[in-house]
Design a protein. Structure first.
Length: 134
């Protein structure tokens, strides 16, 4: 599971206004943290080993939607908070997404590079040799 060890700290508005805190940056931070939590939940409930192809594809589409919500600048933060098991499951989804060319291919290659950087070649070997597909 992905664990988050940081808090949402609202920014003070510059220049000082009648508002106590700026709301747009706070909302954007909540959106990013929500996307990371969604990804964490999806990876924990992955239907690996299931025979139901429709359920697997639906779940994969949800994972890809969660990945699309996370900005490229937040990929490192997301991966740093992952356990090796969650990283392996995410790498399975990245390779599943790379099976067919699409407009998210470049983003998936960035995710694959960051996952390989953090978890090493062993993660790639585990994913490619695992019989339980997602």
């Amino acid at each position: 599971m992905v664990r988050y060890y940081y808090q949402i700290i609202p920014q003070r508005c510059e220049p000082p206004t009648t508002q106590r805190f700026c709301t747009p940056p706070q909302r954007s931070r909540r959106k990013v943290i929500g996307a990371m939590a969604d990804l964490d939940t999806l990876l924990a409930t992955a239907p690996a080993g299931s025979k139901d192809a429709a359920a697997k594809q639906t779940h994969a589409d949800q994972v890809f939607a969660a990945l699309d919500k996370i900005a490229d600048s937040k990929i490192d933060v997301t991966i740093d908070a992952m356990t090796p098991d969650a990283g392996d499951v995410l790498l399975k989804y990245v390779y599943k997404g790379l099976e067919t060319p699409s407009d998210r291919t470049a983003s998936l290659f960035r995710w694959q590079a960051k996952l390989a950087e953090k978890f090493g070649v062993g993660s790639i070997v585990r994913v490619l040799s695992d019989r339980k597909t997602v």
